[in-house]
Unconditional design. Structure first.
Lengths: 288, 482
């Protein structure tokens, strides 16, 4: 059992948990993730590590509610526990002094991009961060990103905060302004990472993306997380999760991530029905 | 029991013993069991066990024991069964094998003890596996384990992986008085015994019972630790005070054929397919959350001819598959699976497409599998493995409609421990180099065995390595010599 020391919403549907996990806290490096299982009948899902505190023996994870498991996870609070937390998994980000690094975080991907940005800054890079979200409410970790970046550029799809547009618009502007970029790191929705990679391919800028395929064990045993890299099969959990964005077959990733859509919808609908029923009971109880 | 000449407890004259037929294992009817996950074999009754045990010729030179990777004293425990001393028989087995309820169920006995049984030269060999299972289950029902008492040595051993190799090593070491802690990457203990081997062949309760017994003996377990990531071998030794480490991390990354269409939705590795079903209990969806493609009435094929392949396809059948195929590129004679599993699968209605291999997976154009283009093979000259090499027959291509295909064609070495342990020697294929005799690696105090050394093999071979490792770890810890 892994105890939740603190839980808070960063945005609607996006929650940060500080979890007691001393072994993981000691070893966590930027780019790595954990797999969690909430209860006995639960599935195993990969989750982003946003930060860790080796002294306190805690890690911070950030979860966006999407399906049943992430919704359940986000219903947990300070003092609750998570049955299993295993990690840190995956290879750490390759941190070096590249020169100028642009770190792109899309939506909840910003939480995964943050430790990498911090490490790149510490390694001597000039770090320009681009944070994108659907709207103002969903922009997360702005303060944290500012603390580790030389500049932070923000876009929202609907223009409700900062500049209206997509992260690729900002990246395009940087390139057009003649900014010398040595490395781009992009973490976010698949379509965003694909768009960033297509843009930088033309400009021949080294680009690293962090993939989040379906995963079970996270140690290389099951092969469920296989992705196509340069026409070859690789496993995101042991060979990744970071890969050269110019070599990733994003089409295959999108297709494979849709494999259980029906079952996921079924789970989600049943979960919602249950919640509504519980809510109705509570209301009824309150009325009585 | 000693080996000196003494009157046998078996009342049947030697000459008469060969006339007793091998007692059949009671099993669930094929058509019934093909639709449930209950165990296929039901186990001997005490009566059947004693009758079967009476067949043993009690050879002076017991080749059955020599060919058993952990060296169980077969004639001795079998004689105790004849005498009805079932608990003593169980204790006799436990002297050499800490997991008899498991090996009695999943070992390829035909390749080891039963394969060397003298009876087998004339009639059917002694049912050693069935007898082993019987006494282990009997002991469990009686609930009277005898716990060995030993003086603590003050030495600490870390075991990496809670599969058959690690558990055997842990069981042997705790009985020598060492402190033993087993680290497991998954949330459940047992390794391949829980994520790989299905309920109908090895019920999970059997593994839990074995684990409880080990806990009683004092073995400590820690789940959710991926050694190499969560903690390294060096940290275990330098910071956590372990005097020796045994690496038994098991099978590695699943292999694929690298043919077109292997990334289609509906193509699984056997490890993933079985993990979803066995470990994550996807067959109980939506009670359990892990999803599985709906197999009801669908055509499912497994590619490969080993135990894993049969476990996967028989699971698919139990999940409602309409047609269930085994596609294997050689003939039945070369299939590496246990004979009993092949027979069981045939009885259950699995369609064996022998001398056949897929060359491409076909798609509906939207990313989903619709079939496999296959080619028929013939056997040519022997290859490096000594088996005749399958050669494609020109123009024999045909399409097999499929909704799900499961690749069970082997694994490659998992790199996590090797790449995070400086100085740990590996071979060309990335497996850990360890002495066949002592299981010592190139790092002082670090031992390794099982699939992470040999590549994919069987439960009993992994256990044999765990046993040899325990012996040499004990020697190292008591003498300090490397």
């Amino acid at each position: 059992m892994f105890k939740i020391i603190h839980a808070e919403f960063l945005a609607p549907g996006i929650k940060r948990f500080v979890i007691e996990a001393p072994r993981i806290a000691r070893k966590q490096k930027p780019g790595q993730f954990v797999i969690v299982r909430i209860y006995e009948e639960g599935e195993r899902i990969p989750v982003t590590i946003e930060n860790s505190d080796p002294e306190r023996g805690t890690i911070n994870i950030v979860v966006q509610a999407a399906g049943k498991t992430t919704n359940l996870l986000n219903s947990l609070n300070t003092g609750d526990s998570i049955l299993d937390v295993v990690g840190p998994l995956g290879k750490p980000s390759e941190i070096a002094n590249y020169g100028t690094a642009v770190v792109v975080g899309g939506g909840v991907g910003t939480a995964m991009a943050y430790p990498t940005a911090a490490a790149l800054k510490k390694a001597g890079n000039r770090v320009i961060s681009i944070v994108g979200a659907r709207n103002k409410e969903l922009v997360i970790l702005e303060k944290e990103m500012r603390a580790v970046s030389d500049a932070v550029l923000i876009t929202t799809d609907d223009g409700s905060y900062a500049d209206k547009g997509f992260v690729t618009d900002k990246l395009r502007q940087l390139i057009d302004n003649g900014t010398r970029i040595d490395l781009v790191v992009a973490v976010g929705p698949i379509v965003m990472m694909k768009a960033v990679s297509e843009l930088t391919r033309k400009e021949k800028i080294r680009t690293v993306v962090s993939l989040n395929p379906i995963m079970i064990d996270g140690t290389g045993m099951c092969g469920g997380c296989r992705v196509m890299i340069d026409g070859k099969s690789e496993f995101a959990c042991v060979d990744g999760p970071e890969f050269d964005g110019h070599k990733v077959d994003f089409g295959v990733l999108i297709q494979r991530n849709s494999m259980y859509r029906e079952a996921e919808q079924q789970s989600m609908e049943e979960f919602k029905r249950k919640q509504e029923a519980e809510h109705a009971c509570q209301v009824e109880g309150a009325l009585r | 029991m000693t080996t000196t000449a003494k009157k046998s407890l078996n009342p049947v004259p030697i000459k008469e013993r060969m006339k007793i037929p091998r007692q059949a294992m009671p099993e669930q009817a094929p058509l019934e069991r093909a639709h449930n996950f209950e165990e296929v074999n039901l186990g001997y009754s005490a009566e059947l066990a004693r009758q079967e045990a009476q067949r043993c010729l009690e050879c002076a030179k017991a080749t059955c024991s020599d060919s058993w990777p952990v060296g169980v004293k077969v004639t001795e425990f079998v004689e105790l069964i004849v005498a009805g001393k079932f608990l003593e028989a169980a204790a006799k087995i436990r002297e050499d094998n800490v997991l008899p309820a498991i090996t009695g169920r999943v070992c390829p006995q035909e390749d080891h003890c039963e394969g060397k049984c003298l009876l087998g030269k004339k009639v059917k060999p002694l049912g050693i596996g069935y007898l082993e299972r019987f006494v282990a289950d009997y002991e469990q029902r009686m609930g009277t384990h005898v716990l060995p008492t030993v003086a603590p040595t003050g030495k600490k051993v870390a075991i990496v992986g809670s599969g058959p190799s690690g558990l055997t090593c842990a069981g042997d070491l705790i009985q020598k008085g060492h402190k033993v802690r087993v680290f497991e990457a998954l949330h459940e203990l047992g390794g391949v015994l829980v994520y790989g081997i299905p309920e109908f062949r090895l019920p999970k309760r059997i593994i839990r019972e074995q684990l409880d017994y080990m806990r009683e003996m004092g073995v400590e377990f820690e789940t959710d630790v991926v050694v190499g990531r969560t903690v390294t071998i060096d940290e275990l030794m330098e910071e956590e005070g372990f005097d020796a480490v045994y690496i038994g991390t098991g099978a590695g990354l699943p292999q694929f054929m690298n043919i077109p269409g292997e990334h289609l939705n509906g193509v699984y590795s056997a490890n993933e397919f079985l993990t979803r079903i066995n470990l994550m209990k996807a067959y109980k969806f939506p009670v359990y959350d892990e999803p599985m493609l709906n197999l009801h009435g669908k055509n499912v094929a497994v590619i490969g001819g080993g135990n894993t392949a049969l476990d996967a396809i028989r699971s698919a059948l139990r999940l409602g598959a309409g047609k269930a195929y085994v596609i294997y590129r050689r003939s039945e004679a070369e299939m590496p699976a246990r004979i009993e599993e092949v027979h069981h699968a045939q009885q259950e209605g699995i369609d064996f497409q022998m001398l056949t291999a897929p060359v491409e997976f076909l798609s509906d154009g939207k990313g989903w599998l619709t079939g496999a283009r296959c080619v028929r093979m013939e056997l040519g000259e022997p290859d490096a493995s000594g088996r005749r090499r399958p050669v494609p027959i020109q123009g024999s291509e045909f399409d097999l409609p499929l909704s799900v295909a499961v690749m069970a064609i082997g694994t490659t070495a998992n790199p996590i421990v090797q790449t995070t342990t400086p100085g740990l020697g590996t071979n060309k294929r990335g497996y850990i180099v360890a002495s066949e005799e002592t299981q010592r690696t190139t790092r002082k105090g670090v031992f390794a065995g099982g699939d992470i050394v040999t590549g994919a093999a069987t439960v009993i071979l992994a256990m044999g390595a765990g046993r040899r490792a325990a012996k040499s770890i004990h020697q190292y810890l008591t003498t300090g010599e490397w």
